[in-house]
Design a binder for this molecule. Structure first.
Ligand SMILES: CSC[C@H]1O[C@H](OP(=O)(O)O)[C@H](O)[C@@H]1O
Ligand SMILES: Nc1ncnc2[nH]cnc12
Length: 284
């Protein structure tokens, strides 16, 4: 079976080189437009890759204004069978040094004003989310990052803050008491929406800084992030290429048909409008 790897590029990752037969796809969705056109192409091993930079080319869209629903819906509509999210993060643990990579297995959602579900306006649905990352995808992603030459940490919790300001020192110290591994501003609601869209989802987090808790390091700034990011992004691109040969069977993923059993609304109570709105998801 042929798979299509959807990639959500984060800070510093706005394009993928090395793709053959590249086309640009402008997708419209019931939720509006995604962050940019999707770039579709083929990797040397034949895997199709769909690339979408979540902040848009030129980094025009801040984390709290990303249309996460349109991004996930667009990837699904364009045929993605898996989604890997690339994200710059602050490290919340000494041993995760700037320049290291992390494949988290948990998230804490501290976002405050983002739309985080496809199920609304006449449709009630509650997907299981105890394990927010698809372990079948995370395992080969971890291995791929290792083969790419990265120092990569397995598992850990990504705390997602609202931003766009970085944390206060009190917040940073509080999150450390929770035992989290990394902090960023974009994994939520992305991961929730990927689950509702029944897409296997995993994050490759690129540690760029020690936020503002570490007495031996300067507090995070955009300048410091950019300085570390170049090498991180090169590793992430290599990891994606490595991963593309070892994508798991999506029908074995925790996300497979996750929304089918999750909808509480009786079929007879679904309006024609709601059916049409969710057609991209429910008619697959
Ligand atoms: C570059 S400063 C902070 C910015 O970087 C991260 O974005 P992404 O997850 O898309 O790589 C972080 O979440 C903030 O949005
Ligand atoms: N310290 C930090 N806090 C939030 N998002 C980040 N992205 C990169 N570093 C970050």
């Amino acid at each position: 079976m042929s798979y299509t790897l959807g990639v959500l590029g984060g800070s510093g990752l706005y394009e993928m080189e090395g793709l053959g037969g590249v086309t640009e796809i402008a997708v419209d969705t019931p939720y509006g437009k995604p962050s940019d056109v999707l770039v579709k192409g083929t990797l040397a091993n034949g895997t199709t890759l769909l690339f979408l930079p979540r902040h848009g080319r030129g980094h025009r869209i801040p984390p709290h204004q990303i249309n996460y629903r349109a991004n996930l819906c667009a990837l699904k509509k364009a045929g993605a069978t898996h989604v890997v999210s690339i994200s710059a993060v602050g490290s919340m643990k000494e041993e995760i040094e700037p320049g290291h990579l992390v494949v988290p297995d948990q998230f804490i959602d501290l976002t405050k004003r983002r739309i985080s579900t496809f199920f609304e306006d006449g449709v009630a649905g509650h997907v299981p989310f105890a394990d927010p990352v698809c372990s079948l995808l995370a395992e080969p992603l971890l291995a791929a990052a290792g083969r790419a030459g990265a120092r990569v940490h397995q598992g850990g919790t990504y705390v997602c803050m609202e931003g766009p300001q970085f944390s206060t020192r009190a917040e940073s110290r509080l999150y450390r008491t929770w035992g989290v591994s990394v902090i960023g501003m974009t994994a939520m609601p992305e991961a929730k929406l990927a689950r509702e869209a029944e897409l296997p989802y995993a994050t490759l987090a690129l540690a760029t800084d020690y936020d503002c808790w570490h007495e031996g390091h300067d507090d995070v700034t955009v300048e410091a992030i950019i300085a570390t990011m170049k090498n991180n992004v090169a590793l992430a691109k290599k990891a994606l290429v490595e991963l593309s040969s070892t994508l798991p069977d999506p029908t074995k993923s925790i996300a497979y048909r996750a929304s089918r059993g999750a909808i509480m609304t009786a079929s007879s109570a679904l309006s024609d409008e709601a059916r049409a709105r969710l057609g991209w998801l429910l008619e697959g």
